[in-house]
Design a protein around this ligand. Structure first.
Ligand code: SF4
Ligand code: SF4
Length: 625
């Protein structure tokens, strides 16, 4: 029976694949024909803060292109990614460059002369058709990878391995090495890292305060927080180490001290402060979701103006101190911090976990030192019983349970990625909406910071009140309504196709929402690549001259802004999105088997798979199309 079903599935797969490639080849020939009659073209390009007009220029491959740049306000430049050409024009002057459009694709042109706070995001696009990267990765490989993964999943070829590579039950305990265990038990770990970050953070706060009015790309606070830290977080820390940032974050330093009154030593007994329990109604991610969304309302300010970065960090510190005084342990980190929520959800992908080594021993141990604390360490500051840990969402990797457990029964494991998304415990609508908000915010961040739409940047930048209200409305509608509705439609279809409409809609909706987590992280990673490569050379300058005061501490101040490997950005973004799609499909299939009976799981999976492929296609179009 199963073999018959597999044969039918394979047949359908081959038919769809065949139809797809026939249309792809036919479409391809047509597309190439359109692009095959080059004539010289001259484009007059007006630049004003923070957009170009026209913002998208379409030419054909082989065409000789002349760009005449006219500045309508201040001194602007134009750097063409992929072709590595540059001109600049002062107001009242014109600059011109001519080149042969030999490479197909969509190439950003960006302002190369610092012109104001949003200068790094003043971007337009030259589209040279045929746009091969989009043609190959978006229209070609996205459906192909999607269908191939669906086929592999439905034929049971990836059953016991995530992505067909990582065994579901594989674990390697790092703390079996006694040196690693000793290190984790030391009170200097992670305290020494927190001290280091505290020093950097003090510089950041000073730069934020003193840098008011100066351009963000020459400011230590802006560059270190929004280019270095954020990109490290999304490309490296969260995907591979989960919540490791929470372990070394300096922001709760004052709040911790207020409760403990010691830096390294352990305060025994009751902690200082009121030690109230966090209200039951707020013991979820809703508040974190709301605060994160509110923070993104000021994206154009926080990420470009030093003083606003200072204000944001100061608000976090002050509220942390207040919450730490009133409520027990790290209630702030768990229930309030805007950075904590998405790290928690995305940390479930990381191939790193802290878990009890022997759950039976935990059951037998009557005095739960890991939760209550003892003379060697504090009870879990994140209010999570370590002996019950099943997923990474609410473990801040603080390592206290390694110090307190007298049986050394906590383990730091390497494991296959994504396993926690399949853990049924503590699933809820709050986490589902976190997944939607993160995808929605990635879309909005991308369109503001890397899109060609100057009017949208103006709206987010509060150029007019009505524009800004429009920005708030569209941004909120997108994250809170549009994406959940589209996702909900695919869930509704899934229940119909699986013929299990008796299952509560909310159960299926929440279960499937975890399949969006790999896709969301991939979208953020792709966005981060597009921010980091063009802008990271500003870091050389701010390390030598953190306050834009003319210093040259490491003789790197003079290193000019040089966009790095920009021609590789579309390929990196496209590949990251494909990986996200494969991972999300894998999760969706397994979640389908958790939700429906084995007979109906595969059919119920199809609408979700189509939704994920469509979402990937959309982001491929947005990033490289
Ligand atoms: S203190 Fe150790 S043995 Fe006891 S419950 Fe906690 S992890 Fe388990
Ligand atoms: S479970 Fe352990 S490592 Fe995780 S937050 Fe609690 S005490 Fe820290």
């Amino acid at each position: 029976m199963l073999n018959d079903r597999r044969r039918v599935t394979s047949l359908w797969f081959l038919v769809i694949l065949g139809l797809y490639w026939v249309s792809w080849l036919y479409g391809g020939r047509w597309y190439l024909r359109v692009a095959s009659s080059p004539r010289p073209i001259t484009v007059v390009l007006h630049a004003r803060r923070y957009s170009y007009s026209p913002s998208v220029i379409k030419v054909r491959r082989g065409q000789r292109v002349t760009l005449r740049l006219i500045s309508d306000d201040v001194h602007h430049g134009l750097y063409l990614d992929g072709y590595e050409l540059q001109i600049s024009a002062r107001p009242g002057q014109e600059a011109e460059m001519t080149f042969l459009a030999t490479k197909g694709g969509r190439f950003p042109f960006r302002c190369s002369v610092t012109c104001g706070p949003l200068h790094p995001y003043m971007i337009g696009y030259l589209e040279v058709v045929p746009n091969e990267p989009f043609y190959v990765f978006g229209l070609g490989l996205t459906p192909l990878v999607g269908l191939a993964v669906i086929w592999l999943l439905m034929n049971g070829l990836m059953e016991d391995r995530i992505l067909g590579l990582f065994p579901l039950d594989w674990r390697f305990e790092l703390t079996r090495n006694r040196w690693i265990l000793r290190l984790l038990k030391s009170r200097w770990v992670p305290f020494s890292f927190i001290l280091f970050n505290l020093a950097v953070f003090t510089l950041i706060m000073l730069a934020g305060w003193l840098g008011d009015g100066g351009p963000g790309n020459y400011n230590f606070a802006i560059m270190v927080v929004w280019i270095l830290w954020w990109v490290l977080l999304m490309l490296l820390l969260v995907p591979f180490f989960g919540r490791i940032w929470c372990a070394v974050c300096p922001l709760p330093f004052l709040g911790d001290w207020l409760q403990r009154r010691y830096l390294l030593r352990v305060r025994e007994g009751r902690l200082a402060g009121l030690n109230r329990r966090w209200p039951r109604a707020l013991r979820n991610m809703w508040l974190v979701n709301l605060i994160f969304l509110l923070t993104t309302f000021f994206t154009a300010f926080f990420t470009t103006r030093p003083l606003y970065t200072f204000i944001l960090l100061a608000i976090i510190i002050v509220s942390n101190v207040i919450v730490s005084y009133v409520f027990e342990r790290r209630s702030f980190c768990r229930y309030v911090c805007p950075v904590a929520g998405f790290q928690g959800l995305y940390a479930n992908i990381a191939p790193l976990e802290i878990r009890p080594r022997d759950p039976d021993l935990c059951r037998r141990h009557r005095y739960k030192e890991c939760y209550l604390g003892n003379e060697k360490g504090y009870g879990c500051p994140w209010l999570e019983p370590p002996y019950l840990l099943k997923k990474n969402t609410y473990c801040g990797l603080c390592l206290e349970c390694f110090k307190t457990c007298s049986y050394d029964n906590m383990a730091l494991n390497l494991r296959s990625p994504g396993l926690d998304l399949l853990v049924i415990d503590k699933r809820g609508m709050d986490e589902a909406w976190k997944a939607f908000i993160m995808i929605g915010c990635a879309l909005v961040f991308y369109t503001i910071m890397q899109g060609p739409w100057g009017w949208w940047r103006d709206w987010a930048n509060l150029k007019s009140l009505y524009g800004y209200l429009g920005y708030l409305t569209l941004h909120s509608f997108n994250s809170l309504v549009l994406i959940p509705i589209l996702f909900g439609l695919s869930v509704w279809l899934s229940r119909m196709v699986a013929q299990e409409v008796f299952l509560p809609f909310s159960l299926v909706f929440v279960n499937y929402s975890y399949s969006l987590v790999p896709m969301g992280l991939a979208v953020w990673a792709a966005f981060s690549v597009g921010i980091f490569f063009p802008n990271f050379t500003y870091l050389f300058r701010v390390f030598s001259d953190p306050y834009n005061a003319g210093w040259d501490l490491f003789s790197t101040r003079g290193i000019p802004w040089t966009p790095f490997l920009t021609s590789m950005i579309p390929y990196c973004q496209a590949i990251i999105l494909l990986l996200g799609l494969a991972f999300s499909l894998d999760m969706a299939y397994r979640l389908s088997h958790q939700t429906y009976s084995p007979r109906n799981a595969s059919s119920g999976f199809i609408p979700l798979a189509l939704f994920l492929i469509s979402l990937t296609l959309f982001f491929q179009w947005l990033f490289i199309g």
